[in-house]
Every structure is written in structure tokens, then in C-alpha cells.
Design a protein around this ligand. Structure first.
Ligand code: BES
Ligand code: ZN
Length: 637
């Protein structure tokens, strides 16, 4: 109805603007009236009507202003128009200042076109509706991002370890629209070129080809992305960056203060890429570098192509937290090469990646480490399944009407991974590895749905190797809530963890003293298991005794330190609380900060204290970290 009305109003303009307009063409509101609303298209988290017109390439030209916290410039979008008569281009934007929109004629001339920003749809932003005259295959949009852009974090000089400003993007799942107007759906892929100008004393890097090994004195940087990627993989960062090589095609970017420790921690990077290739075929992206971000980075890692973003909180000094690097690298196949078409299919990205991560870790460190990691993931999954409601305990999840942020929980990751484990278990490693190599090859550079995978698996696994698994069994994993019964076939066991359970029990029962615990043999993951099992079991006195023995409060390993701080909140343990304050002021990784704030809010002593610390920490937090912390603390909406 709305669309029909808008068409009526727009009709004279349509006739004027769109030469050659046929009377039987689809309803195209050329100058949408105020209040005009575009329905969401095929992807419930994007306004793009990508089946009718689709971006194939984009050319960015941006100036970064670190003081004003803006990216200003323009983007030229190359379009494929499978429905040439369809004369509307709808782009996703959020908090963008759109200055001008022009169509570009094949001869390069600009042609001003009508456009309008539609209503505000909260986290989905505002659709930018552009009139697309016939025959036009390029559109130029002049725009600026705003300081509050959700997908960018701007840090002032005093908020970084280098003492110089820093900016980085986080586009997944749907924040690319806060710094580029585009079709912000993983169903659309495009190549891109970019020219970015930043301050001369900083370096600009992107998830693309063209990253330099040294700062460019002119402050201008050129990038090219020859492989078609979805928008959530668009990435840019600007800071006082230096580079250290870890191999012929791998290296690390970081602020000077981190570089040495980071290069040492990640010295297996080149080997990891080789392992990945041996498992699932060529690494197709050229270089693989890591960008170590400031500790306010809201995630552990982000698989930006050619340049994964990594939190410094995994630099433990002993390589014990490298699974995260294996994970982001694995996305170069599962996710970046073969991509989920929508966020309902996230398990295709994350489930395969957690499986692949485990295979890389097994190849590097052996079965014991693999089993420990599998057990952590299993226990975490079971805990999650107990708390979430049914619709969220399914691999393929309908997320329409919900924020795609909510797709990212343990289910697509860990249940996805155990589904893939189970397929390997049923078909045998050799058959399954061959299947996966073919799968990555077959769907390379495509965005696919769970159903595309299902059909491919039917043909190439279930029917090609009859008698090993049925489609009903596969469908239980995909579409039934919770773990299916067949999951018991692959339930991970870890002797190492069982021994830790035994020691924990004996210590709690006062049968053994702290000095008798064989901690010298414990891996970081065994420590994690030990501390997780002490939830609500310690008082301040017991914690002080543990600190006297093991100095946990002085831990350099953030996974262990985090668990110790959780126990600190439960036990109201003073020395830990001091460390917790420092931690919250320094680290913005959501996986840590969110549960810490939630535990403080739920404790009988910590709510006001936490709000006070949060107010001080907030300026250096990423918008995502702020959002999660405020929810945990019951602030705002
Ligand atoms: N793609 C994710 C990062 C991400 C998560 C982006 C949620 C947007 C929303 C990345 O590959 C990832 O999964 N990171 C994990 C680490 C992994 C080892 C589970 C993380 O950051 O904790
Ligand atoms: Zn991931």
C-alpha cells in the first residue's frame, strides 16, 4: 500500500527522469515521499533488492580526520542490473551524511539523480533510495561518516599505547553501512579499489592487497581487492603501525609497543597457512597478515581477508592462546571463500571454522591439545543450551526482526562444529577431507544458504557413500532444537581434564593441600578448566591462599586472569578487585567485559562500584562493548 502511494506521487517525476520508461515496468517510486518506507529485501537485515540490481565493484576515495572522527569522500558503485528496467537502487546506510548522489554515464559524465534517505530503522539504519535511470551502471555517492559510527572506533592519542590516535573498523555483521553506503548483506559480493588519505605520521591498512611494510610519507594509500567479498569483510585501520615479517607471505602489524611480543607469539603463522592449505586447498588471498589492535578491540579476532584483526589479550608469552589465530585463518576458507548468504546461516561460517581451527591445532600441537579445546567447547555449549530458549538452540535460525548480533552465540559456533565433527566421524576422515576440499572449491567466492550445503552434502556425502548417515539425521542437526542424540557419538573426552577434576575435588574436600596440586604439568586449558569448576566455591581466604601459592592475580594470561576475576567478584576478594578495576579500564574485549559487568551487577556489593568504573572506562570502549556493558549493568534501554 505504502509503495503504491509512493508510486502515485512519483509518477510525473518518473516520466521526466527515466527516459525510455515502459508502462509495464515494476513499481518504482522515483522520488519517494516523506515517510516512504522500503520493505526489507531478501535478506531481513538489509534493504538491498539485490536480485534486481547488484553491486559488483566499488571504488572508495576517503579522507580520514582523526580529530573530527570522520571518513569523508565518495564511493563509486559499479552495478549489474539483471532487471534492466528496474529503476531503483536501495542501499543500506546508518548514521551517514549523504551529500550528493550522481549517476555516472558510460562516457564518464555525471548525471544528478533523485535520491532520498528513508525512515530510521534502528540498528538497520536508513535505506538510501536512488533513482536509477536506464542504462546507468555506475553511481557515485559523496558522503561522510559520523563520529558515532557504530562500525568504527576512534581512539585519541592518550587512549593508545603508542600515544598516537588509532581508528579501526568492525563491519561484521551489519556495520559496514556505518562507514560506506552499500548493499550490506553477505549475499552480495564485490571487488574494490580504495584510496585513503590519513595523517602523515600514521599508517593506513585495509583488508586488501596493497598494505605497505612502512609508512608512506605522503599519507596517501592505495588498495585493491581482486577477490569478490561480502560487505562484512570490509576493513580499514589507521594508527602508528609497524610491520614485522613472520614468513614469506605472513607478517604482523601492530603499534610499536606490541610488535616484538606479537611477532614472537605468532611466529607459527606461516606454518599455520601451510597446514590450512594441506587440509583444504590453496590459500587464495595472496598474503596473510595479522593486525594487533588496541585492547579495546571488542572481539578476540575478526577474519578480515588478508589482514585478520587480533586482540592483544591473546599475547600470553607462550603461544597458549593461538587457537584464535587458527580460527581467523580458517575463515579464509570457511566464511571468506564460502560465505553464509544470511545471518541465519552463520553456522556455515563459524561451525566449519571452529572445526577447521581444531584441525589446525591438532596438526600443530597434537591430539591432547585438540581434546582439551574440544572439551572446553562442549562444556560451554551444554551450559548455553540449558539457558537459551528453543528457537535459539537451533543451528539454522530465523533471525528476521532481530538484531543479527544475536546470531553470534555458542550454538552456531560449537554446535556447528560438533555437527561437522559428527559428519567426519560418520564418513571417515579421508572421505570427509576430500569432500571438504571439493566443497570449498565448488562454492569458492560464493555466498550460500544452509539449504545449498544440505543439497551438496546429500549428493556428495549421503548418496555418494550410502549407509553411513541419513538425511533425517542431518536434518536433526540442522533444524531441531538442541543437540540430537547422535551427538553422543562424538562427545569429547579429555583425560587431562578428568585428572584436574579429581584434584579440584580432593582440594575442596581438604584431602590435599595446594602445594600438592601438580600444576607444573597443567596446560593453560587445564587451568581454565580448574578455575571454571571453582565457580561459587571460593571465599576470600581461599583465594588469598591460592594467590600466595600461584600468584593468579599477577597472571599474564588473560583467559586465566579473567576466570580469576570472575571468582574475585563472587568472593569479594580485595586484591582481585584492584586488579579487576585496572582490567576493566584497559580491556574492551566483550567476551571478558560483558560477563564481568554482569557478574558485578548481580553481586550484592558490586553494582554501584561497576557503574562508577564503567563511566571512567567508557571513553576508551568500542560502541559494541558499551552497548553490552550498559545492558549488563541495567543502564539505558
Ligand atoms: N567473525 C568472528 C568475529 C565476530 C563475532 C564478529 C561476532 C561479529 C560478531 C570471529 O571469527 C570470531 O569468531 N571470533 C571469536 C574467536 C573464536 C576463537 C571463537 C572471538 O572474537 O571471540
Ligand atoms: Zn569466527
Amino acid at each position: 500500500m505504502t509503495r503504491f502511494l509512493a508510486l502515485l506521487f512519483a509518477l510525473p517525476a518518473a516520466v521526466l527522469l527515466a527516459t525510455g520508461c515502459q508502462p509495464d515496468q515494476p513499481a518504482v517510486p522515483l522520488t519517494p515521499e516523506p515517510g516512504f518506507r522500503v520493505e526489507v529485501g531478501t535478506d531481513p537485515h538489509s534493504f538491498a533488492e539485490f536480485e534486481k540490481v547488484r553491486i559488483t565493484h566499488l571504488t572508495l576515495d576517503l579522507d580520514a580526520d582523526m580529530n573530527r572522527r570522520t571518513l569523508t569522500g565518495h564511493v563509486v558503485l559499479d552495478l549489474d542490473r539483471p532487471e534492466p528496467g528496474f529503476q531503483r537502487l536501495v542501499l543500506d546506510t546508518r548514521d551517514l551524511d549523504i551529500q550528493d548522489v550522481n549517476a555516472v554515464r558510460p562516457n564518464g559524465e555525471y548525471l544528478p539523480v533523485s535520491w532520498r534517505l528513508g525512515g530510521d530503522h534502528g540498528h538497520l539504519g536508513q535505506p538510501l533510495v536512488i533513482v536509477l535511470p536506464q542504462g546507468i551502471e555506475q553511481v557515485r555517492i559523496d558522503y561522510a561518516s559520523r563520529p558515532e559510527a557504530f562500525g568504527l572506533q576512534w581512539l585519541d592519542a592518550e587512549q593508545t599505547s603508542s600515544g598516537k590516535p588509532f581508528m579501526f573498523s568492525q563491519s561484521q555483521p551489519h556495520y559496514a553501512r556505518t562507514w560506506v553506503p552499500l548493499q550490506d548483506t553477505p549475499a552480495v559480493r564485490y571487488t574494490f579499489d580504495a584510496t585513503v588519505r590519513g595523517p602523515r605520521d600514521l599508517m593506513v591498512v585495509m583488508g586488501a592487497d596493497g598494505n605497505l611494510f612502512e609508512r608512506n610519507a605522503s599519507g596517501e594509500y592505495q588498495f585493491h581487492m581482486p577477490q569478490a567479498i561480502p560487505s562484512y569483510l570490509m576493513a580499514i585501520a589507521i594508527g602508528d603501525l609497524v610491520f614485522a615479517e613472520t614468513g614469506p607471505r605472513t607478517g604482523i602489524y601492530a603499534e610499536p609497543q606490541w610488535i616484538e611480543a606479537a611477532a614472537a607469539e605468532f611466529d607459527v603463522l606461516e606454518e599455520m597457512v601451510d597446514i590450512g592449505e594441506n587440509l583444504y586447498g590453496p590459500y587464495r588471498w595472496g598474503r596473510y597478515d595479522l593486525l594487533v589492535l588496541p585492547p579495546s578491540f571488542p572481539f578476540g579476532g575478526m577474519e578480515n581477508p588478508r589482514l585478520s584483526y587480533i586482540t592483544p589479550t591473546i599475547i600470553a608469552g607462550d603461544g597458549s592462546l593461538l587457537a584464535l589465530v587458527a580460527h581467523e585463518l580458517a575463515h579464509s576458507w570457511s566464511g571468506n571463500l564460502v560465505t553464509n548468504a544470511g545471518w541465519r546461516d552463520l553456522w556455515l561460517n563459524e561451525g566449519f571454522t571452529v572445526y577447521f581451527e581444531a584441525r589446525i591445532m591438532e596438526a600443530l600441537y597434537g591430539e591432547q591439545v585438540r581434546d582439551q579445546l574440544a572439551k572446553l567447547s562442549w562444556d560451554g555449549l551444554l551450559e548455553t543450551l540449558e539457558t537459551v530458549d528453543e528457537r535459539d538452540s537451533q543451528l539454522v535460525r530465523d533471525l528476521s526482526g532481530r538484531d543479527p548480533e544475536q546470531a553470534f552465540m555458542r550454538v552456531p559456533y560449537d554446535m556447528g562444529r560438533f555437527f561437522v565433527d559428527w559428519l567426519e566421524h560418520r564418513f571417515g576422515r579421508e572421505t570427509f577431507d576430500a569432500f571438504l576440499r571439493d566443497y570449498f572449491d565448488h562454492f569458492a567466492f560464493q555466498s550460500i544458504t544452509s539449504e545449498d550445503f544440505r543439497e551438496y552434502a546429500r549428493e556428495n556425502l549421503v548418496e555418494a557413500h550410502p549407509g553411513l548417515a541419513s538425511m533425517e539425521e542431518l536434518d536433526q542437526w540442522l533444524y531441531q532444537p538442541g543437540l540430537p542424540e547422535t551427538a553422543l557419538e562424538i562427545r569429547p573426552e579429555s583425560d587431562d581434564f578428568e585428572r584436574v577434576d579429581g584434584w579440584r575435588q580432593r582440594w575442596l574436600a581438604e584431602e590435599v593441600g595446594l602445594t600438592e596440586l601438580p600444576v607444573d604439568d597443567w596446560s593453560v586449558h587445564q587451568w581454565r578448566h580448574f578455575l571454571t569448576g571453582l565457580e561459587n566455591r571460593l571465599d576470600a581466604e581461599a583465594m588469598a591462599a591460592m594467590d600466595a601459592e600461584f600468584d593468579l592475580v599477577g597472571q599474564q594470561n588473560y583467559e586465566i586472569l579473567f576466570l580469576w576475576l570472575m571468582r574475585t567478584i563472587e568472593a569479594e576478594y580485595a586484591p582481585g578487585i584492584e586488579r579487576l578495576e585496572q582490567f576493566l579500564l584497559e580491556v574492551g574485549r566483550n567476551k571478558f567485559t560483558q560477563p564481568l559487568y554482569a557478574a558485578l551487577a548481580a553481586s550484592d556489593w558490586g553494582q554501584d562500584w561497576a557503574i562508577e568504573v564503567y563511566q571512567r572506562a567508557r571513553p576508551a570502549y568500542h560502541p559494541l562493548t558499551r552497548q553490552a556493558a550498559e545492558r549488563a549493568l541495567g543502564l539505558g534501554d
